[in-house]
Design a protein around this ligand. Structure first.
Ligand code: ZN
Length: 342
């Protein structure tokens, strides 16, 4: 791979946020079937009458976090261009049969495994809302053992190791590519047909970079752009990705990134305090909502590590509304091993 380029301050994917119609079914699938940890059940800060669910590794480290807005009353999403069309998790190479058996037992439709770029085996599946997911078996899973949630329902040796990549579908790819490379620090690495791959490359010789990266999961540094010029535009709705966030280690670095994004004539929001991280949003030229999110402070800012995802958590400024919100939000049963591993 080309030598390191971390000068832009992006270290890979931070989180992916999608839309669900049913929080209980969503929880049962991501904790019960995929074995992720529910690391936070809270509300959407911009619409506190809707849940915001977060899944991840044992602490919900950046690079492992899949989140959902619970918006049951919006239309279903439609697949097309200008969207994150697939979210891929990394699994160990020896786990393919395990996952296929698991999906068969649970009557979950899947496709694959099929080969991508020589050294990847990909299984495609859809969550209960129709969100496209991929499990990618790759040797790099060997390096990412440490953060697995040991109490998860999938044995550690087969468990998901955080994200592998996201795939963006675009009518044309050049302007999106230039934002990925010029503003975010990705470099083009592979190309196969209409799939163009971009990666953040971390220089292994740089201890500073390693230190900055320590809080993130490592990896999750791949973005594929699928160029689909004759495809209709996507409709973002239930079962689709709302946005993808890229991780940066500090607030100072985030401000530099924001300044560069604005210089590139893209509209960026001010820094928004999302309580678990700080966020800047902007739309890339193909129309997909991107976010730059800080690694700190993380999900243990308001719950102890062993208690993550065991109760409804509200940001302090909404705590006075708890009684009202609990009446509006649909009741959910928190993941319990004995209830869901059937
Ligand atoms: Zn976000």
């Amino acid at each position: 791979m080309t030598t390191g380029n971390t000068s832009k301050g992006i270290f890979g994917i931070h989180h992916v946020t999608a839309i669900t119609s049913n929080p209980q079914r969503n929880m049962d699938f991501y904790t019960g079937t995929l074995g992720l940890r529910l690391v936070k059940l809270t509300v959407n800060q911009d619409d506190p009458t809707a849940y915001h669910l977060y899944y991840g590794d044992e602490l919900g480290r950046p690079g492992t976090i899949l989140t959902f807005f619970h918006w049951p009353n919006i239309p279903r999403g439609r697949r097309g261009t200008s969207q994150v069309i697939a979210t891929a998790f990394l699994i160990p190479e020896n786990s393919i049969n395990y996952w296929i058996d698991r999906f068969k037992k649970r009557q979950i439709e899947y496709r694959g495994p099929y080969k991508r770029f020589n050294d990847e085996q990909v299984i495609t599946l859809y969550d209960p809302d129709g969100l496209a997911l991929e499990l990618v078996a790759h040797t790099s899973a060997e390096d990412r053992k440490v953060n697995i949630w040991k109490e998860g329902l999938v044995p550690t040796e087969y468990a998901i190791r955080g994200f592998y990549s996201v795939t963006l579908s675009e009518e044309g790819y050049e302007r999106t590519a230039s934002v990925l490379t010029d503003e975010l620090g990705f470099i083009p690495t592979l190309h196969d047909g209409s799939r163009f791959r971009y990666e953040i490359s971390i220089s292994s010789s740089s201890t500073i970079d390693k230190e900055k990266e320590a809080i993130g999961v490592g990896g999750a540094r791949i973005v594929d752009v699928l160029c689909l010029p004759y495809t209709q535009q996507a409709l973002i709705g239930i079962g689709s990705v709302h946005h993808v966030a890229f991780r940066t280690p500090t607030d100072a670095q985030q401000l530099i990134l924001r300044r560069n994004i604005v210089k590139a004539r893209l509209n960026a929001t001010p820094v928004i305090d999302r309580f678990y991280f700080h966020s800047v949003y902007f739309r890339e030229p193909g129309g997909i909502l991107f976010e730059v999110a800080t690694n700190p402070p993380g999900f243990t800012v308001d719950e102890k590590a062993d208690a993550l995802g065991t109760r409804l958590v509200l940001p302090p400024w909404l705590e006075t509304m708890r009684n009202d919100l609990e009446k509006i939000l649909p009741p959910v049963i928190f993941p319990k091993k004995e209830l869901i591993d059937q």
